[in-house]
Structure formats: structure tokens, C-alpha cells
Design a protein around this ligand. Structure first.
Ligand code: GUN
Ligand code: ZN
Length: 427
């Protein structure tokens, strides 16, 4: 059944420029496998006549926009949002590892996965590259729940066989056996994708990193997901553990863990050689600004990333990050970009911030044309935004004189109240 939605419409062209129709039409319908996709998008005046047969929903005053793509989040860290600590390493030891140890229990993992997807959808996030925990039960809960909801989700079992306490530490050989079994069980099922997930270099032995790299070569269309260069103490520790590598990032290159679909959270304490290595290997950075501000980690260098054409997009990094809301993440990315004392400061355009959390994030994940946009062929994951959701939003958005002003009003003032509905594959 062909469906059409008449409302304002936001999408992006292939160069990342925002396209906006004040009176737009989005037409969707199932493909040969029954998966709902965008069939047509543009102005109502231009398209209405050729889709007169579609079931029409008129949404006056609303904006249709692509579902947000969160490039890095931890579903088992729901309950430690806002846990205070003197930086990353004490935060991991005192809050993160104890919370994650509970995910050995399948019932706990299931309850958390249900809450997690409810919350993502409430906030307008339709795809997320997600850390589970080192327990295979956490991965089964994550993918099982995503599959029931028809979501495009990426995730995997954490690998951490050293410098980790009892309860989360895994065993080298078994961890790789478990990872391969989980790839075979979940990767490519419906809309699910597996991510090989070494937590970060300091908590994996060389044998575990080597095994992860071998799996990444054997299963070349899986994702790779880890952390790098987030915090100065972490960087120092990684350099001590791997003295032969040129830099912390270079450790991952040495184990075959940099390629297309490899994603590293943070990428703050980089030099240009690191950025060049990211670019040359088509590896992407998941920029996590609320987390970096909360944990005092530092400021991602957007100028350096743009200059070296390093792939990057936005992420919440909950629970180091303080919000599931893409609006909060985009605003924090703007603040981080502006910071000009430790690196060049620049003003990211509102449409650029939005692209980095939708079509740009999809491109960095190797999913351009599949998610993150509302061009023909994209899967029909989209949002209905209500710019009248609060008195101040209504006042500001009514006074916007340009698309950039409108998008900035939504970014600065928006939160879950702006998300009236999240459509997943048309549902
Ligand atoms: N580095 C290693 N593990 C983690 C984690 O769980 N969160 C963050 N922000 N950084 C990490
Ligand atoms: Zn993280």
C-alpha cells in the first residue's frame, strides 16, 4: 500500500546540503521484500498529481525529517547516566564495570533492552551503533528486541580480557568463539548488523586484538567499534602498554582494526598523522560531545577533521554522555566546535550539525542511501516534528527567517517534546 505524508519536509542532497520544502510530500511503499522505503520526496505541488492513488496523511504545521543516527552509545549504561567521577578511568572502575556486570543475567539485559529502544524511539533515534557488554546474553537481548521492532540496529559483544574486574572480564579464546557465533546468529538478519567490539586497547591483550582483527577480515561487512584518544590518562596508559605503536590510534591499525565500517568514539587527542590514517583507511570518528564535556575529556577538533576529510558524525555516548536527545548532542557539538583555546574554534552551521547526526552519520557508517535521509530508495525511518511543542519553540520557529534560523531554533530549544512520532520502516 502506497502512503503519502503532506507536511514540511527536510532532507539532504548528495553533497550534504539541506533541502527543505515548506509544503512537501513524502511517498513511501514496500519494496519486493516488504520493507517500507521512500518512493518519492519533494514539493507537494510537483508530486501530488502522480501519487493521487496513495493513502494520504495531512500533517499541517509539522516537519518530516530523517530518523536520527547515533554513532556510539552503550545500552547497558542507562542507569549510570550522570554518575560523577574524576574523569574516565575512575568512572569506568566505580560505576561502569559494576553496572555492566549485571548483564550476565538475561532477564536484566532484556528489561534494559526494552527500556533502551523505547527511549531511543521517544527521542527520535532510529539507528544506533551500540556497545552491549562482555556477556553474550546482552547481545541476544539487544538484537532480539531490535528485531521484534523492525529496527536497523548495530551492536556487539564487548571484548575485554585484561585490566578489567571479575564480572566483566572475558577469556581470550572463548571471547572470540562467542563473537563469531554471535556474528553468525545476528549479522545480516533483517535489519541487524554485527559490530566487533574491543572495549579499548588497554583492556584487551594483544591476542584478543589480533583475533578481533582476524574476524574483521573474515567478516568484511561487519562493523568494528571501539574507543580511542578520549582522555589524557587513557592515552598515557595505552602508550605504555603498546610502546612500539606510533600513536594510540596506530595500535588498532597494527591489528587490522581500521577499515571501512570501523568506528572509534572520541578521537580527541589526535595529531594530523592520526587524522590522515583515519582518512586513508576510511575509518570514522563518533564525536560524543555531551560525554566529553561531562567527563572533562577534551574538545573534538572539527576543523582538523574537515581539513583532513576524516569521516565523522555525532553520538550520544550514553552513559558517559548525559542525554539520549539528538538535539542536546547537536547543541553540545556546536559548543565544542566553538571552543577556540585548545584548537581552532569554528561555528558549525545548524544544517551541518543536523547532517552529522543523520545522513552524514549514515555515510560514516557505510549506510549512505539506506538510512539517515529521505531520498528515494532510503528506508522509511522518519520523524514527525512538532515545532509548536513548547511556547518558546512556537514563538522562535514562527519568527525564523531562513532554514538555518529554523534549524538552530529546533537544536537550541528542542528535546523529546519536539518528536511527535517516530516511524520505523513505515510503522
Ligand atoms: N573507554 C572504554 N570504555 C569506555 C566507556 O564505557 N565509555 C567511554 N566513554 N569511554 C570508554
Ligand atoms: Zn563510549
Amino acid at each position: 500500500m502506497k502512503k503519502a505524508y503532506r507536511a514540511s519536509l527536510l532532507r539532504f542532497d548528495d553533497e550534504g546540503q539541506a533541502l527543505y520544502e515548506q509544503d512537501g510530500l513524502l511517498v513511501t511503499g514496500p519494496d519486493a521484500r516488504g520493507r517500507e522505503r521512500v518512493l518519492d520526496a519533494g514539493s507537494h505541488a510537483a508530486l501530488a498529481a502522480s501519487h493521487a492513488d496513495a493513502q494520504l496523511t495531512h500533517l499541517p504545521g509539522r516537519i518530516l525529517a530523517p530518523g536520527f543516527v547515533d554513532m556510539h552509545i552503550h545500552f547497558p549504561q542507562l542507569d549510570i547516566i550522570g554518575a560523577p567521577a574524576d574523569g574516565l578511568l575512575p568512572w569506568l572502575e566505580n560505576y561502569t564495570f559494576p553496572a555492566e556486570s549485571r548483564f550476565a543475567e538475561a532477564a536484566h539485559a532484556q528489561e534494559a533492552a526494552t527500556f533502551f529502544f523505547d527511549e531511543l524511539l521517544r527521542q527520535g533515534v532510529s539507528t544506533a551503533l551500540t556497545f552491549c557488554t562482555s556477556h553474550p546474553a546482552s547481545v541476544d537481548a539487544f538484537f532480539g528486541e531490535a528485531q521484534r521492532r523492525g529496527l536497523r540496529m548495530l551492536g556487539g559483544k564487548v571484548l575485554q580480557d585484561r585490566h578489567s574486574p571479575d564480572g566483566v572480564r572475558d577469556q581470550t579464546e572463548q571471547s572470540l568463539i562467542d563473537t563469531e557465533a554471535l556474528i553468525q546468529r545476528w549479522h545480516g538478519q533483517d535489519r541487524l548488523g554485527y559490530a566487533i567490539t574491543p572495549r579499548f586497547a588497554p583492556t584487551s591483550t594483544e591476542a584478543q586484538l589480533r583475533g578481533a582483527g582476524e574476524l574483521a577480515a573474515k567478516y568484511a561487512d561487519t562493523w568494528i567499534h571501539s574507543h580511542v584518544a578520549e582522555n589524557k590518562d587513557e592515552v598515557r596508559w595505552a602508550r605504555e602498554l603498546f610502546p612500539k605503536a606510533r600513536s594510540y590510534l596506530d595500535v588498532y591499525a597494527g591489528f587490522g582494526l581500521m577499515r571501512e565500517r570501523a568506528v572509534y568514539a572520541h578521537c580527541i587527542h589526535f595529531d594530523d598523522a592520526d587524522r590522515q590514517l583515519m582518512h586513508d583507511t576510511k575509518t570514522a570518528a563518533a564525536v560524543s560531545p555531551t560525554s566529553n564535556l561531562f567527563l572533562g575529556s577534551g574538545f573534538f577538533d572539527f576543523e582538523g577533521a574537515q581539513r583532513t576529510h576524516m569521516r565523522h558524525g555525532l553520538a550520544s555516548d550514553v552513559g558517559g554522555g548525559t542525554s539520549f536527545s539528538p538535539f542536546h548532542t547537536m547543541l553540545a557539538a556546536y559548543y565544542i566546535g566553538r571552543e577556540g583555546q585548545t584548537k581552532p574554534g569554528l561555528s558549525l552551521a545548524p544544517s551541518r550539525l543536523w547532517w552529522l547526526h543523520t545522513a552524514g552519520a549514515a555515510q560514516a557508517l557505510g549506510l549512505a542511501g539506506t538510512i539517515g535521509n529521505l531520498q528515494p530508495g532510503c528506508e522509511a525511518d522518519f520523524l514527525v516534528l512538532n515545532p509548536q511543542a513548547t511556547p518558546l519553540l512556537a514563538r522562535k520557529s514562527a519568527r525564523a527567517d531562513s532554514l538555518e534560523e529554523l534549524l538552530f531554533a529546533l537544536i537550541v530549544l528542542g528535546d523529546d517534546r519536539l518528536i511527535e512520532r517516530t516511524h520505523v520502516a513505515g510503522r
